[in-house]
Design a binder for this molecule. Structure first.
Ligand SMILES: *[C@@H]1O[C@H](CO)[C@@H](O)[C@H](O)[C@H]1NC(C)=O
Ligand SMILES: *[C@@H]1O[C@H](CO)[C@@H](O)[C@H](O)[C@H]1NC(C)=O
Ligand SMILES: [Zn+2]
Length: 959
């Protein structure tokens, strides 16, 4: 699955292939010993936390805690009991085969399920002391229940709000078939989990725990079964009937299904967990193509959508073929079914879902046409199509034993989609964009009470753990394996992982073991990355002894507060090189230093001449690096770094330094003064350079964002921080106006000279740099700069042109702001995804009347709380992007958001819980804002009837 807030814009790259071996001349003091000590610690830790799935089951097998709690009540919902990773035990029963029969209707659907149940470890069981069978089930009306054809007596079972318990005494000793008949109400299912109605179709979303809203089941990923499906529904309203696997039969059987009905039968021959089940039925159209695999098999590819969007599917089709080719070339993984279906759905909580053979996508992650999608959207579509396709191996064929292991499939698959996107465009641009996103979202999460390890230890609502930490930091952890083992070693590890575990439900430890065994490495200490929450800090200091011609680098790691000061040291790969101080290149090429102790000194001999160290190249580990550099050194690195990421990082560090200084001054009510000359000169140099890659230029000019800056200070003063960002943007624009105008004109002219819209890297770079210039210029709020925005908007040739101009114009003070809004609205009024962009831009606009404007937006007829994309476009954009108004001193922004959480929670708890996360930063805000935000959390906690999803976020934020 891919989250809904998947990065806007470029995604990054596989790291420059790192070398796992130290070159001669390098000694890491005590590194080997450190590994041994760390290994022992990691191992003990692992054993304690890891009660094995292989422990023989006792006579009365443990059921899951939540299920036990639920089964004891009937009526009111039991207080939520957190599930603990340490409590993992296999279920008492296995389900090996599932046949589902759907009588489909938007108002009511009846599901008859035949489950082939047997004791989990059939051989080891005796006939007596049989365990209860506790099935998960929510929002289901139970009509019938039988075992091997005999209806059950009411005394044999009990039915609570979240489960169905059949007493052990009522169960046969060996295998049996359980039949349940239930009814659900798809149209009323606004939570969009389970079976629901969206647009003109019925569709499903089962990950993580939605299958239990379709039928009673052991709804956990280690229960893997072979599924067959019969579905029948009205032919007129549901001409297309899809499910996983292969189509066996389709036709009309009115005697059985009623007049006007038709049916289809699908079978998926491979065992799968219930979260990968999918069904779609509706009035869909599709485009079709085919792909020939490297072994010569022809695969039919279909992408379905509502009829008005079929013209926007071609780009996704191309992306799908590129993904299939890439996975064959890079990982040797080939598709071996004859059919692959994708469906676009407009009401969807997440970005997309990798159901076997039937991927379901949020329209925002699959539809792309020049007039509704920006360059960033095109990049996202390609990345998400690839992500879901890659899941077939990393997720579907090898899946997770339990939900604590989510990063096993998600971190790995994000890593793979990042590598794919890097290969399709630019490695450096992708890497920088990914790290920017990691810092803005994941580092911010780490700095909040919601911090958790990539493999969490407990959860109440699993939906709350589809987080930046599990996904994005999870991908960084995979990347570190590649840094430590090298590209070839990583591939060996992947090959062994598939060889050992194809078709199984496994753990993160199994993955780490495959990597270690394939390479003969001890990766015990590396487990720390799975157990410790928070972002570690690495301090770097160095000394150059010209007489002795030695250079020594000392690295010291400090655990994050969230992990506790005594947390054992991590195994940190630090990519490193030495640059010549005269700017003439590298004195020593890149290698990877392995920091395994709290502190280690690496000494290099025979160093000639003056050098400057290049540290953590390519951002080789997800840490805060502290290296004391002067402004002049940063300026040197901006010009002469040989690592593209670090070159960008130098610019970013200089801007961060200036911004935080200004924010401090503002918090002390001191004047902000002038933008330092060193920064002006560096930005001017970046701007006028005729770089080969204009995307890199644009990134180097991008100011650090509010969230990243916030997570790098102890106490956040929101208003002074916003003011500092505004001050720097305007200051740079004023000083560089002539250069900005001229680069803008060059890029615009180059773009006008191209024939048609194309989302290739070069065209994107041109528009990106042009729009970066326009954004700076608009900050001046002068007549000529505003006119430039209006000119670009009126002459726009594609959505990228229009949106950049509208965003820039949406912050100016004069009447042009509303004029731009009207022009843009007129262009997009008939296209829901494009209209979302209008809503988002209005909600994010930093204007004095922002809050009342957001309220107005929510009263428009096209606004609806039931469509997650629209909610994110308005309320999500307001809380995440409109910092000045969200953090308004009178608390009105917080109060508004809290009310939205309450209203939304009744409709869609998953989306409400995401919104409630905007309050998690309260502890680090200056006291007045912090108290106001905390008060809203406390009010939420007291609100009766709040979902467990939202309450878990609220409670954790308050802890
Ligand atoms: C997906 O997995 C199934 C079996 O689990 C396999 O038959 C199919 O070929 C896989 N598809 C891809 C994309 O590899
Ligand atoms: C949250 O805390 C409240 C009050 O302490 C408690 O009643 C509730 O059960 C908790 N809910 C969750 C989901 O943790
Ligand atoms: Zn995923």
């Amino acid at each position: 699955m891919r989250g809904a807030r998947v990065v806007f814009g470029v995604l990054g790259a596989i790291a420059p292939c790192a070398h796992a071996h130290r070159l001669a001349g390098w000694q890491a003091s005590g590194a080997a010993r450190a590994l041994a000590i760390g290994g022992a610690l990691g191992g003990a830790h692992g054993r304690r936390l890891f009660r094995s799935a292989l422990v023989p089951r006792t006579a009365s097998p443990p059921t899951t805690m939540a299920a036990t709690a639920a089964a004891t009540t009937s009526g009111a919902e039991a207080p939520p009991v957190p599930k603990l990773r340490a409590d993992y035990a296999p279920p008492a029963y296995a389900i090996k085969k599932v046949h589902l029969d759907f009588a489909l209707g938007a108002d009511e659907t009846t599901v008859t399920a035949d489950l082939a149940v047997e004791p989990w470890d059939a051989g080891a069981r005796t006939g007596d002391a049989r365990a209860d069978l506790v099935l998960d089930g929510e929002e289901l009306t139970l009509d019938a229940l039988s075992i091997d054809g005999t209806p059950l007596e009411p005394s044999a079972y009990s039915h609570g709000p979240t489960s169905l318990t059949i007493r052990g005494a009522a169960l046969p000793a060996g295998a049996f078939t359980l039949r349940t008949v239930v009814r659900t109400k798809p149209r009323l299912n606004t939570a969009l989990s389970g079976l629901y109605y969206s647009g003109r179709m019925l569709c499903t979303q089962c990950e993580a725990e939605g299958f239990r809203r379709i039928t009673f089941f052991l709804d956990r990923p280690d229960v893997m079964a072979v599924y067959s499906v019969r579905m029948a529904g009205p032919q007129a309203a549901m001409p297309v009937l899809l499910s996983n696997g292969n189509l066996l039969k389709a036709g009309v059987d009115e005697a059985r299904d009623g007049p006007g009905s038709h049916f289809a039968e699908w079978a998926d021959p491979f065992p799968k967990p219930s979260y990968l089940f999918a069904l779609v039925a509706g009035a869909l159209q599709h485009i079709s193509s085919s792909y020939v695999t490297r072994s010569g098999r022809t695969v039919t590819l279909n992408i379905y959508s509502e009829p008005e969007s079929v013209d926007a599917l071609e780009y996704a089709m191309g992306a799908l073929k590129r993904s299939m080719r890439w996975d064959e070339e890079v990982f040797g993984l080939e598709y071996d079914l004859d059919l692959f279906n994708i469906v676009a759905v407009s009401d969807f909580n997440m970005g997309a879902m990798e159901n076997k053979g039937l991927n379901v996508f949020n329209t925002a992650c699959v539809l792309a046409r020049p007039w509704s999608a920006t360059d960033a959207d095109y990049e996202r579509v390609e990345g998400v199509v690839a992500h879901e396709y890659f899941h077939n191996w990393t997720g579907n064929r090898v899946t997770c034993r339990d939900w604590f292991q989510l990063t096993l499939k998600e971190g790995l698959t994000v890593y793979r989609d990042q590598a794919f996107s890097a290969d399709m465009s630019s490695e450096a641009v992708k890497r920088i964009s990914d790290v920017r996103m990691l810092r803005a979202r994941q580092f911010a999460e780490d700095a909040s009470p919601l911090a958790h390890p990539i493999r969490p230890e407990s959860y109440v609502a699993m939906d709350n753990f589809y987080t930046a930490t599990v996904y994005e930091k999870g991908a960084e952890v995979i990347r570190m394996y590649a840094a430590l083992l090298g590209k070839a070693g990583f591939r060996k590890g992947m090959d062994l992982y598939f060889k050992r575990h194809d078709g199984a439900a496994v753990t993160c430890d199994d993955f780490r073991k495959a990597m270690a065994d394939a390479n003969g490495r001890d990766l015990a200490q590396f487990e720390g990355w799975y157990t410790q929450p928070g972002t570690p800090t690495v301090h770097a200091t160095w000394a150059h002894d010209a007489g002795a011609r030695t250079f020594s680098l000392t690295l010291r790691q400090v655990p994050p507060a969230a992990a506790g000061a005594s947390a054992p040291p991590l195994h940190v790969p630090v990519a490193f090189a030495l640059l010549r101080a005269d700017g003439s290149g590298e004195a020593l090429g890149e290698r990877v230093l392995e920091l395994t102790e709290r502190e280690a000194t690496f000494t290099l001999n025979d160093v000639e001449g003056e050098v400057v160290p290049s540290i953590l190249r390519g951002f080789s580990a997800p840490v805060h690096l502290v290296a004391q550099r002067t402004d002049a050194e940063l300026a040197f690195l901006m010009a002469h770094e040989t690592d593209a990421f670090n070159r960008w990082e130098a610019a970013n560090a200089l801007m961060t330094r200036v911004l935080l200084g200004a924010a401090d001054a503002g918090a002390r009510r001191e004047p902000l003064g002038e933008v330092p000359a060193v920064l002006l000169d560096a930005c001017r140099a970046t701007l006028v350079e005729r770089a080969a890659d204009r995307s890199l230029q644009a990134l180097a000019l991008a100011l650090p964002d509010f969230d990243t800056l916030s997570s790098s200070v102890e106490v956040v003063h929101p208003q002074p921080l916003c003011a500092a960002i505004g001050w720097l943007k305007k200051g740079l624009a004023a000083a560089l106006k002539p250069e900005l105008l001229s680069v803008y004109a060059q890029c615009a002219a180059d773009d006008a000279a191209t024939a048609a819209y194309s989302p290739d890297a070069e065209s994107i770079g041109r528009r990106r740099l042009r729009d970066a210039c326009l954004s700076y210029l608009s900050a001046l709020d002068e007549a000529d700069t505003t006119a430039l925005c209006m000119q670009q908007l009126k002459g726009a040739r594609c959505m990228t042109d229009a949106l950049a101009a509208f965003s820039a114009a949406s912050r100016v003070s004069g009447p042009a702001r509303l004029e731009a809004s009207a022009i843009f609205a007129d262009k997009v009024k008939d296209d829901p995804l494009a209209l979302d962009k209008w809503y988002r831009t209005r909600a994010a606009a930093d204007v004095p009347s922002a809050l009342s404007e957001v309220r107005e937006l929510m009263s428009l007829p096209s606004f609806s709380l039931t469509n997650p994309n629209r909610v994110r476009a308005v309320v999500g954009a307001f809380t995440a992007l409109n910092h000045k108004t969200f953090h308004k001193e009178d608390g009105s922004g917080y109060a508004f958001t809290a009310q939205c959480v309450i209203d939304l929670d009744k409709i869609n708890p998953q989306v409400a819980a995401r919104l409630a996360r905007s309050f998690s930063a309260w502890r680090r805000l200056e006291p007045a804002s912090g108290a106001l935000m905390k008060a809203q959390l406390e009010q939420l906690q007291r609100t009766p009837g709040l979902s467990r999803n939202t309450l878990e976020i609220v409670n954790t934020s308050l802890q």
